[in-house]
Design a protein around this ligand. Sequence first.
Ligand code: PRP
Length: 182
Amino acid sequence: MEKQKSEIERVLLTTEQISARIKEVAKKMDEDYRGKEPIAICILKGSVVFFTDLIRAMETHVSIEFMKVSSYGFGTTSSGKLSVSLDILSNIEGRDVLIVEDIIDSGNTMYALTQMLKTRNPASLRIVTLLDNPARRVSEISADYTCFEIEDEFVVGYGLDYAERYRDLPYVGILSRWVYEK
Ligand code: PRP
């Protein structure tokens, strides 16, 4: 039985829908990475659940790395900065790098992260995201692989949180307004 929380207004993506879509995206990625062994970077914390399901759905062998980043200072005149609280351990020079993200909202985090990783001279740099929320986009960035494009809703679960809660839900749900408006 699925974990259900009363604070969830409704389930947006079920465990089964997510799993089926990950298989499709993994297949496409296997075709694109044929003969290669990319480094997959899990962007903590939100991506951890997606990451573990995705790398197991892929036939392609990947090395894994973890990173914790956040963006700040984006405005109308600034290009923004990236705060890195946990960096990867591998040298990515000449390697195929795959960033695994849970959600792209403003795009500021992905924009700043890709700018930073490009300076380390990877052979290729791609982004896969579980969710894309284009209505919130500020920075010009898009994922190479998107599992689901969503409406501008407050989503939690399957790694995504509100105040560090709900990451453990096995589905993506829309958080009830009363939870964050109280
Ligand atoms: C979330 C999410 C992305 C970023 C997306 O991370 O995981 O990394 O925000 O937002 P953006 O497109 O507007 O930059 P968060 O900083 O909340 O950390 P978490 O993954 O640990 O929850």
